[in-house]
Design a protein around this ligand. Structure first.
Ligand SMILES: [Zn+2]
Length: 179
């Protein structure tokens, strides 16, 4: 399964994103067939979730695999993080985020076999904040985002990042070192 998975993305050197090149759903998330017809477990899974299962391990129930890089095509496990619907919503929902929800939650249960140690993926970089590959924000931006009372979506639009990133910043899951 890993071989098949790895034929379906291309690492993008600048961002470090692994860009999915195979089929995607209408939201841009890669689709990947898992399971087998024989035992009836065949189904289409969402590629970032598969990536997490392969390289990082099991996804707890009711947990979403979210992108820190704002790129739905990306399946680089180091650009993914786990969050519950609550984590994702706790700062934004109250402020008016409603419609879309998180698409990864469409498939909550994971029957994906966990890749054990076939393939140790390198540890994510430890550089916090501005040195991080995804940093498009300055420490001042981060302070401004935390103080911003608009919805995460509005803030995200202005700063050209994902609302998930905004939520994580507000929840101090990212840029925790910025006071
Ligand atoms: Zn990425």
């Amino acid at each position: 399964m890993i071989d098949r998975f790895e034929q379906k993305f291309i690492p993008e050197p600048n961002s470090g994103c692994w860009l999915w090149t195979a089929a995607t759903d209408e939201h841009g998330y890669g689709r990947f067939r898992i399971g087998s017809k024989i035992d009836g477990t065949r189904r289409t899974a969402i590629a970032p979730r598969v990536s997490w299962s392969i390289y990082k391990g099991k996804i707890p129930e009711a947990t979403n695999v979210l992108h820190s890089c704002d790129n739905p095509y990306c399946v680089n496990p180091d650009h993914l993080f786990l969050g519950t619907q609550n984590d994702n919503m706790k700062d934004c929902s109250a402020k008016g985020r409603t419609s879309k929800g998180d698409r990864h939650s469409l498939i909550q249960k994971s029957h994906i076999p966990t890749g054990k140690d076939h393939w140790r993926y390198g540890q994510p970089g430890n550089n916090p904040g501005e040195k991080h590959w995804a940093a498009r924000l300055s420490a001042d931006d981060v302070r401004a985002i935390r103080a911003d009372a608009r919805t995460c979506e509005q803030i995200a639009k202005e700063y050209q990042v994902s609302f998930q990133q905004v939520a994580r910043i507000k929840n101090r899951e990212r840029w925790a070192h910025v006071k």
